[in-house]
Design a protein around this ligand. Structure first.
Ligand code: FRU
Length: 516
């Protein structure tokens, strides 16, 4: 827990008394924050102010998508964790809500999930009201400081007014700790065949599965992962769900596990496993990790419970523990990735995930330019007042490496290269703007091995005020990265080598801000 260690003193000063949840300070503060500061994301979720990390409690209930998140309301660095809260009807526009969960005598409120307890298995329902139940980790700073290993336990809370107010269960914690130092981030879902709630919980270097029929009493059923996947860091924020394989009748289970450090391009990243789950154990033939994203800024991502049509919607925290607390913003710190739809595909006996922005994201697009084809005898250049808030997509027919870049008059530049000869994708933000707030941010070019199947590659680039999300081959390869250019980028270029290349179906959209 070294990453929280430096905050112990701060936490001890902090009063863990439950605050009244009826205060509307957050709403008043929200009203005065216009989301217009430099680097402020215009179509990604960021908290009105202060520090945010992981998405928590992603659940759809009564027409509303909830986004809870790890939140420290008193500073723009990590501190005693609360669950912040925002809601959306369409996963595009967000409304900020008051803080949902405050620390109490059992500890700070770390990451977790939320479920709709439709059959009132918990007994929390009253007068026919369906309870929304949050399942989260308690982190007891005093325990950590005393050098004990049992300071993380699991607790639950419920809401009968669709997330506006919460009551903690008096029998907390519902899962105690026998001495496992990193024991956290419960993801719970309803498993229809066994008529049980299933929980995936991480324990340092593996996932533990539990079952319960009432959300209060939990039984350990199995463990997974000590000898599978990547182990360069601590396992965090698991998620387990079933997905149909696109184009055939098969269904498989997918286990997401975030890990920090040890991601392919440094620091924090999210690996996944594809296999089977029989209600008690997860098994897979897969030995090595596969990754959700090859960029440096997509961490602790999990998916929604209870979506209306069973879609698998994923949101990640768009940052990296290497430098999350050092990024050059002042009012708030960090944002979420765009919500993405996850699908599963089988090719050559291998199962791979693809993820793409939700269809409805296109409702924010305003067409600027559309071209059927561009022959790349020379560099293709597009100029604009700013490339903030843009969505550019095209298909490239490659003979040679192709470089796409955004730059400005001060020579700041971020580039993405597809190199078919060296079988590599490369993202270079080393000269992208402010990079010196922490050494790993702009230290090296991010790389991912890549095999070009034919000469055609589709690319989509979505740029907000301080991020660039790149989706390749229908979201088979993704690079999500934060960027902090001193001046906005005004030049967009596509460059091919001497042998040229052809770009087809080029579209360039502006994206409307969701905050005005
Ligand atoms: C992941 C994480 C979780 C933990 C939370 C604390 O980023 O470390 O494991 O619950 O952040 O804020």
């Amino acid at each position: 827990m070294f990453k929280y260690g430096c905050l112990i003193a701060l936490a001890l000063l902090f009063s863990c008394k439950e605050k009244e949840n009826t205060s509307n300070t957050t709403e008043q503060e929200t009203a005065s924050i216009a989301y217009t500061e430099k680097f402020r994301p215009q179509f990604h979720f960021s908290p009105p102010e202060k520090w945010m990390n992981d998405p928590n409690g992603l659940v759809f209930h009564e027409g509303v998508y909830h986004l809870f998140y790890q939140y420290y309301p008193d500073d723009i660095v990590w501190g005693p964790m609360h669950w912040g809260h925002a809601v959306s009807k369409d996963m595009i526009r967000w409304e900020n809500k008051p803080i949902a969960l405050y620390p109490d005598e059992l500890g700070l409120i770390f990451s977790g999930s939320a479920v709709v307890d439709r059959n009132n298995t918990s007994g929390f329902g009253e007068e026919g009201k369906v309870p929304l139940v949050a399942i989260y980790t308690y982190h007891l700073m005093e325990g950590e400081k005393a050098g004990r290993n049992d300071f993380q336990t699991q607790g639950i809370a419920y809401s009968l007014d669709n997330g506006d107010s919460w009551t903690k269960y008096e029998g907390n914690p519902v899962i105690g700790n026998d001495g496992i130092k990193d024991f956290r981030d419960p993801k719970v879902f309803w498993h229809e065949p066994s008529q049980n709630w299933i929980m995936a919980l991480v324990a340092g270097d593996h996932v533990k599965f539990y079952e319960s029929d009432n959300l209060k009493e939990w039984e350990l059923t199995s463990e997974f992962g000590k000898d599978k996947g990547a182990h360069g860091g601590v396992w965090e924020c698991p998620d387990l769900f079933k997905l149909p394989v696109t184009g055939n009748e098969e269904e498989k289970w997918v286990l997401l596990v975030s890990m920090n450090p040890g991601a392919p391009n440094g620091g924090s990243g999210t690996q996944y496993f594809v296999g089977e789950f029989d209600g008690t154990s997860f098994t897979t033939d897969q030995e090595d990790a596969k990754w959700i994203d090859y960029g440096m800024d997509n961490y602790a991502g999990v998916t929604y419970n209870n979506t209306p049509n069973g879609e698998r919607i994923f949101i990640g925290w768009m940052s990296n523990w290497n430098y999350a607390r050092n990024t050059p913003t002042e009012v708030w710190r960090s944002s979420m990735t765009l919500p993405r739809n996850i699908s599963l595909h089988k090719k050559g006996g291998e199962y791979n995930l693809q993820s793409l922005p939700l269809e409805q994201f296109s409702s924010l697009q305003k067409m600027q330019k559309q071209m059927d084809s561009i022959v790349l005898n020379e560099t293709y250049t597009l100029e604009a007042d700013t490339f903030n808030n843009t969505d550019i997509s095209f298909t490239a027919n490659l003979n040679e490496p192709l470089e796409v870049s955004y730059s400005n008059a001060s020579g700041e530049k971020v580039s993405f290269t597809i190199n078919p000869e060296e079988h590599k994708l490369l993202l270079d933000r080393t000269q992208s703007g402010i990079v010196d707030f922490e050494e790993s941010f702009g230290q090296r070019v991010q790389e991912q091995p890549f095999t070009l199947e034919d000469r055609e590659v589709d690319i989509r680039l979505i740029m907000d005020a301080s991020s660039l999300e790149i989706f390749i081959e229908e979201g088979s390869y993704i690079f999500t990265n934060q960027l902090f250019p001193k001046e906005e980028y005004t030049t967009f270029e596509i460059k091919a080598g001497d042998a040229g290349g052809v770009v087809r179906q080029f579209t360039y959209h502006k994206i409307t801000s969701i905050w005005n």
